[in-house]
Design a protein around this ligand. Structure first.
Ligand code: R5P
Length: 280
């Protein structure tokens, strides 16, 4: 049985259909003091808890779902975290800081037999779990909604770390050059991006990243492009916090494509097939 967090109901339904599994009717409640409750139906056999941890409340809800699944009779709990919040805080960047990704992974491990996540920011995040954990790649399908008539396309990553994702989308599309920018982050919302060497004049450009959070990285990268034709943006996790969508539109982006690891208006690609492959 699939047991969904409140923020991942669409993806959970897609996953249930892909696996031919039951979709449990989970009930979500909030109390006047701000605490919350997730209530699950009886479970016979394996429970697959699906919950993107897009907020602190979503983290707590995930822990509740795992615990409730056991209480309800699950013989095994497989936890799918399509988007893992705090994964980018994968080291103590300054003295006194926590390794938040490790703290979160340890908490999840107390209630899961194994974990599946989608395109983790760094593979090392998987090692923070105390139970077996795998990352699946949903990036190749981000090529699906792109126009079929891209002109001499270039697939660009906003930093070197996203190069493999840009290559995945290029491979999914079937043609095009790849390159990457260099990025320097000044703060949570301020970045400087320096252009790649590739000449984009008159060409269609697709900029690919794992996450769009504040939109600073993407909008800066798009702003560095010298006389491109059309510019598209694709990401696995469309967090799109605050005015990120406006930043992208103001930068001249034609369209934004994301997956449903985070359910937004731009989540036109489902990660369910990639996750289902890892659960069979
Ligand atoms: C960082 O290395 C990630 O790959 C993304 O580039 C980053 O998280 C995007 O954040 P923002 O949209 O806030 O610039």
């Amino acid at each position: 049985m699939i047991l969904s967090g409140s923020a991942t109901q669409q993806l959970a339904a897609e996953l249930a259909a892909a696996l031919g599994d039951d979709l449990g009717r989970v009930e979500y409640e909030s109390f006047p003091d701000g605490e919350q409750l997730a209530r699950v139906p009886p479970v016979d056999g394996r429970a697959i808890v699906v919950a993107s941890t897009v907020s602190s409340d979503a983290h707590v809800e995930l822990l509740q779902l795992q615990d409730a699944a056991r209480e309800a009779g699950a013989s095994e709990v497989v936890t799918v975290i399509p988007y893992m919040g705090y994964a980018r805080q994968d080291e103590a960047f300054e003295p006194g800081e926590p390794v938040s990704a490790r703290a979160v992974a340890r908490a999840v491990s107390t209630g899961a037999d194994r974990v599946v996540t989608v395109c983790p920011h760094e593979q090392k995040v998987l090692d923070f779990f105390d139970v077996p954990a795998v990352g699946v790649d949903a990036a190749p399908r981000l090529a699906d909604p792109l126009p079929a008539d891209l002109t001499d396309p270039v697939f660009l990553a906003p930093d070197a770390g996203a190069t493999a994702l840009a290559e995945s989308v290029r491979d999914g599309y079937g043609a095009g050059e790849t390159d990457h920018f260099e990025k320097y982050r000044h703060s949570g919302s301020e970045v400087t991006v320096t252009p790649s060497d590739v000449d984009v004049a008159g060409r269609d450009v697709v900029v690919v990243d794992d996450i769009i959070a504040t939109g600073s990285t993407m909008s800066q990268a798009v702003g560095e492009l010298d006389d491109p034709a059309r510019v598209y943006v694709a990401c696995v996790h469309p967090l799109l916090a605050g005015n990120a969508r406006l930043k992208l539109a103001n930068a001249g982006v034609e369209a934004v494509y994301g997956t449903d690891t985070i359910e937004r208006a731009v989540s036109t690609v489902s990660a369910a097939p990639a996750i289902a492959d890892a659960l069979d």
